[in-house]
Design a protein around this ligand. Structure first.
Ligand code: NAP
Length: 293
């Protein structure tokens, strides 16, 4: 049998850096896309501790690595190490995608695009309404930015286990985006039933309920939800979290995090390759991978 090497000296390298580099779906998603479009690219995970972050970027330039995704804990710190960052990445204060343009590193935040594409079918329903975002980490930050910038939500509630972090995020958006209808709460579900019920859209931007902690949920109170709501969980492992099951049992429309994953990935893919990711095929491939494993 003749061995055919798929990779050669024209192969472009893309990767993801984080620490620890947890099991990520990005290599699978991008490598499927490269195969489907027959592109001479490979996507690899790199475990990079914070002490090596600066050197890793120097290495990226030295080795001609075309692009990177950036994940925890580097999304914020990496901004000061990049030559240029997009307006969105600057306001959010986090970069999840880097493009190497002939040695100049450009930073972007494509999570915003993932949120926007997921919620776009509900744009008119969200405009002028109250939205509750549970969580105050990086994903919550991108989500709140998208809600203010693209969806014209009237009021945003930030609900978090550590109330002080929610309070700081609130102040951040009041200052950065001059959006004053933003309120912070501690995540105490029995006290929040009315806050949840008064929200047209509820978003879980915490890791509560993510595999293997599938019995966790930001609220276990069925009355938190109503049939007129849209409930979005950023988690995609499992596809149907306990939080979403509970919302669905009350008649709410539910959205999981897989569309966001694919959409944010497609934006990064386009920045690196100049080509459109075959989104529908990739989405279907990931659904079967997640449901069959
Ligand atoms: P992060 O910056 O580490 O923030 C984590 C948030 O979750 C914080 O608000 C934290 O609250 C809260 N939290 C964690 N464990 C909790 C617990 N046991 N009880 C209550 N609250 C808890 O993480 P992130 O990057 O924002 O990611 C958050 C989630 O979004 C993750 O599940 C991630 O997989 C998902 N995500 C999905 C996509 C996608 O494409 N679908 C993209 C990005 C992120 P404290 O402030 O109190 O610690």
């Amino acid at each position: 049998m003749q061995y055919q090497n798929k990779f050669n000296n024209n192969t472009q390298i893309i990767g993801v850096i984080g620490h620890p580099i947890k099991h990520s779906f990005s290599p699978l998603m991008h490598n499927i896309s490269f195969d489907l479009l027959d592109l001479n690219y490979i996507y690899l995970p790199f475990d990079v501790p914070a002490s090596n972050l600066k050197d890793a970027l120097k290495g990226m330039v030295a080795l001609g690595i075309k692009g990177l995704n950036v994940t925890l804990p580097h999304k914020e710190k990496i901004i000061s190490l990049l030559k240029e960052t997009s307006e969105e990445a600057n306001i959010i204060g986090a970069v999840n995608t880097i493009v190497n343009e002939e040695g100049i590193l450009h930073g972007y935040n494509t999570d915003v695009y993932g949120v926007v594409e997921t919620l776009m079918p509900f744009k008119d329903e969200i405009a002028g309404k109250t939205v509750s975002v549970i969580g105050a980490g990086g994903a919550a930050r991108s989500t709140i930015y998208a809600l203010i910038r693209y969806f014209k939500a009237e009021r945003i509630n930030i609900i978090n286990r550590t109330e002080q972090t929610a309070e700081s995020l609130k102040e951040y958006f009041i200052t950065k985006m001059l959006f004053n209808e933003i309120h912070s709460y501690e995540l105490v579900p029995p006290d929040l039933v009315d806050v949840f019920r008064d929200s047209k859209l509820i978003i879980n931007a915490t890791s509560m309920g993510m595999f293997p902690e599938v019995d966790d949920s930001p609220t276990t109170i069925p009355e938190s939800f109503t049939k007129d709501q849209i409930v979005f969980d950023l988690i995609y492992t499992p596809l149907q979290t306990k939080f979403l099951k509970l919302a669905a049992s009350q008649g709410a429309i539910t959205l999981n995090g897989l569309r966001m994953l694919v959409e944010q990935g497609s934006k990064a893919f386009e920045l690196w390759t100049g080509q459109k990711m075959p989104i529908d095929q990739v989405y279907k491939a990931l659904v079967s991978y997640l449901t069959e494993r």
